[in-house]
Ligand binder design. Structure first.
Ligand code: ADP
Ligand code: MN
Length: 171
C-alpha cells in the first residue's frame, strides 16, 4: 500500500493538464511529472514524427522509467493518453474537459492549425480520452472535470486536494 496516492491527469491537448497539475502539485506537495517533458529529456522516444510534429513516444521505456517511483506513490502524471500505463499505478484518474470553442481558441493561440488543430478538436468532441480512461481504469476512480475557466480550474484543484487529504488520512 502506498502512503500517498498517484493521480493521472489526462485529457485532450489544451484542456489544462499541465496548468492544473502544477497548481495541484503546489497545493498537495505531490510530484508533478509531465510525460511529454520526460520523454524529451530522457529520450524515451523513437524519433520525431514530422507529420504530427511530436516525438514518437516509446511507451515501454516510459513505463520502465517510472515503475519504481510510481510504486512509492505521491505522483501526479500529466499526459494526453492513458491506456498504456499499468492500471495499478493510479488511485484517481482525472479527465479534463473543455468546450469546443474555448479549446479551439487555446490551441490556435498555441500555434496549432490545419489537421493538428482539427484532430485535437475532434478528439475532444468525441470524448476520446474519457472513453479511453473508462476502458483502462475502474469506473469509480475516473472523474471528468470541466476546465473552461480559471474558476473551474481552481475548483478542480481544491476538490482533488481535498480528496488527497482524505486519502492520506484513511490509508
Ligand atoms: P495541456 O497541458 O492540457 O495541453 P495547458 O495546461 O498547457 O494544457 O493549458 C493550455 C492553455 O490554456 C494555457 O495557456 C493555460 O493557461 C490555459 N488554460 C488551461 N486550463 C484553463 C482553464 N481551466 N481556464 C482558463 N485557461 C486555462
Ligand atoms: Mn501539457
Amino acid at each position: 500500500m502506498r502512503s500517498k496516492p498517484n493521480i493521472l491527469v489526462t485529457g485532450t491537448p489544451g484542456t489544462g493538464k499541465t496548468t492544473t497539475s502544477s497548481a495541484l502539485a503546489e497545493a498537495t506537495h505531490l510530484r508533478h511529472i509531465n510525460i511529454g517533458d520526460l520523454v524529451k529529456d530522457k529520450k524515451l522516444h523513437d524519433g520525431w514524427d514530422d507529420q504530427l510534429q511530436c516525438y514518437i513516444i516509446n511507451e515501454d521505456l516510459v513505463c520502465d522509467e517510472l515503475e519504481d517511483i510510481m510504486e512509492e506513490g505521491g505522483i501526479i502524471v500529466d499526459y494526453h493518453g492513458c491506456d498504456f500505463f499499468p492500471e495499478r499505478w493510479f488511485d484517481r484518474v482525472v479527465v479534463l474537459r473543455t468546450e469546443t470553442s474555448v479549446l479551439y481558441d487555446r490551441l490556435s493561440k498555441r500555434g496549432y492549425a490545419g489537421a493538428k488543430l482539427t484532430n485535437n478538436i475532434e478528439c475532444e468532441i468525441f470524448q476520446e480520452l474519457l472513453e479511453e480512461a473508462k476502458e483502462s481504469y475502474k469506473e469509480e476512480i475516473v472523474v471528468a472535470m470541466k476546465s473552461d475557466t480559471v474558476e473551474d480550474m481552481n475548483r478542480n484543484v481544491s476538490e482533488i486536494t481535498e480528496w488527497v487529504s482524505s486519502w492520506s488520512s484513511t490509508a
